[in-house]
Design a binder for this molecule. Structure first.
Ligand code: UD1
Ligand code: CA
Length: 486
């Protein structure tokens, strides 16, 4: 970033009702690409390195304040009890800051696409022109609802609200974004002079521009081409549109940084996700939270990962995972369910229809098919057979199962926790293991096989089974014999 002297204050307006969202949640806490709109506006404001960063709260302020506390960005808050207009909101925001000098920036908390870089550009233009007020404006196809910019060449004479505008003024396509830089003294004087003499009976911040003009101050505009950066979100249709546009921008940036997206239209990547070069994202991939994907890893199709760390070269197919770690070169899926606390080591495998939770699976260890693995510690090279269940819950409390190095669990076994299977130990298929197995031991915990010869002939004479048995020429299939000889 280029050098820019800090501004005196940024005032972020977040007191409005947001009634069109029809939500119990404050409008500014609704998320775009996995982050609250409020968080975007606070980080954009923080890019100006302001001496005071004030968020003006009002409606549903408990929620907003709680969120701000978690952001922990040195934010100050001011309360606007009654929403008497944008001018009144800024008056509230500046309470206790009567002494400040220099630039004061005003922005909204519901304009998530606005970047810190744009705000810095706005301040730079304001300073280089020597303006007392600079308003960010945009030329739009449909200006209805917005304040219109009244100009005299480069000079901005004022802003007229849609509701107050004449037919002729309503034809103006240059709109007020609601984002400004003011000289602090001019702003103070202008705010002190506001009245409610308008259709809405509100204290309009925009009237400060008229005031400044009337007092011989220079008021200019900074026209932004990227109209999205001025757009607010007032309802859920706009929320969805904004989310899609934000996602498109996030994907474009990753593609420019060497990530392959097979189908960007079905790929969603949250703003705080981190992707390494040569990652491939297949259709239907959704990466959320603080997910990170290592170099050359392949994700999807149809995979959702929330706060998952994927190592380089790993493959994750048709998987749902959260709060998990997938090691370098590991293979996961298809149809795997990784719940919180799953840690899969390098070159490890979690295969089809496997659910894991709170399980540390060391490098080269494999759980290839149809298993539930909960509260498990699995050491290197261990192999968990198809259909194995780690019975970690006795209806009252959860307990741990440990599998030693290279331990081999036969198919369809139940390991009743707490239980320890030693290094190099075996568990025979179909066992229900309730006692520890020593290193190198074999646990057989099932009924022994007994063949009742000739049973069909005696008990099912004349049936299709009897017929098949009588016609039988071979005893044991040659492939089975071959397998046995291996
Ligand atoms: C305002 C501008 C208008 C501009 C538009 C851009 C005024 C008088 N008009 O319109 O020229 O085109 O923004 O979106 O300033 N807020 C408060 N307290 C209040 C009123 C508003 O905190 O008492 C906050 C809202 O939460 C919102 C922002 O200010 O974030 C803008 O309010 P909104 O009512 O959407 O804007 P308008 O006044 O219609
Ligand atoms: Ca608005």
């Amino acid at each position: 970033m280029t050098d820019l002297a800090p501004v005196a204050a940024v005032v972020v307006l977040a007191a409005g009702g947001g009634t069109r969202m029809k939500s119990k949640k404050s409008k500014v806490l609704h998320e775009i690409a996995g982050k609250a709109m409020l968080s975007y506006s606070v980080s954009a404001a923080a890019a100006l390195d302001p001496r005071h960063l004030v968020v003006v709260v009002g409606h549903r302020r408990e929620q907003v304040l709680e969120h701000l506390e978690r952001l922990d960005d040195g934010v100050q808050t001011a309360v606007q009890d009654e929403q008497r207009g944008t001018g009144h909101a800024v008056q509230c925001g500046l309470e206790g800051l009567e002494h400040i000098e220099g630039d004061v920036v005003v922005t909204y908390a519901d304009v998530p696409m606005l970047t810190g870089a744009t705000l810095r550009q706005l301040v730079a233009v304001h300073r280089s022109k020597g303006n007392a007020v600079t308003v960010m404006t945009a030329n739009v196809d449909d200006p209805s609802g917005y304040g219109r910019v009244l100009r005299d060449g480069d000079r901005v004479r004022g802003i007229v609200e849609h509701k107050d505008a004449t037919e002729e003024q309503r034809r103006i396509r240059e709109i007020n974004s609601g984002i400004y830089v003011f000289d602090a003294a001019t702003l103070r004087a202008g705010l002190a002079n506001l009245d409610t003499d308008n259709v809405q009976g509100e204290l309009y911040l925009t009237d400060v521009l008229t005031y400044a003009n009337g007092h011989g101050k220079q008021v200019g505009a900074y026209v932004i081409d990227d109209v999205w950066q001025t757009e607010g979100v007032n309802d859920r249709v706009q929320l969805a549109r904004m989310n899609a546009e934000m996602n498109r921008r996030i994907l474009d940036e990753w593609m420019m940084n060497g990530v392959t997206m097979i189908d960007p239209t079905s790929t969603w990547v949250d703003v705080d996700v981190d992707l390494a070069p040569d990652v491939i994202l297949h259709p239907g991939t959704i990466l959320q939270g603080a997910t990170t994907i290592g170099e050359g890893a392949e994700i999807g199709p149809s995979t959702t990962l929330m706060d998952v760390e994927v190592g380089p070269g790993a493959q994750v197919l048709r998987t749902h995972g959260s709060f998990a770690v997938i090691g370098e070169g590991a293979v996961v899926g298809p149809f795997s369910y990784l719940r919180p606390g799953t840690i899969l080591g390098a070159e490890g495998k979690i295969g089809a229809f496997v659910e894991t939770k709170n399980a540390t699976i060391a490098k080269h260890a494999k759980v290839p098919h149809l298993a539930y693995v909960g509260d498990a510690i699995i050491d290197e090279d261990a192999n968990v057979g198809a259909g194995t269940i780690f019975a970690n819950f006795d209806g009252d409390k959860k307990s741990v199962t440990h599998l030693g190095k290279t331990a081999f669990i036969g198919s369809n076994s139940v390991l009743v926790a707490p239980v320890d299977i030693g290094d190099g130990a075996f568990v025979a298929a179909g066992s229900t293991v309730t006692e520890d197995v020593p290193a190198g031991g074999l646990a057989v915990a099932r009924g022994r096989q007994h063949n009742a010869e000739g049973w069909v002939g005696k008990r099912r004479p004349g049936t299709k089974w009897d017929e098949a048995a009588r016609d039988s020429t071979n005893t044991v299939h040659p492939s089975v014999i071959e397998s046995r000889e291996k």
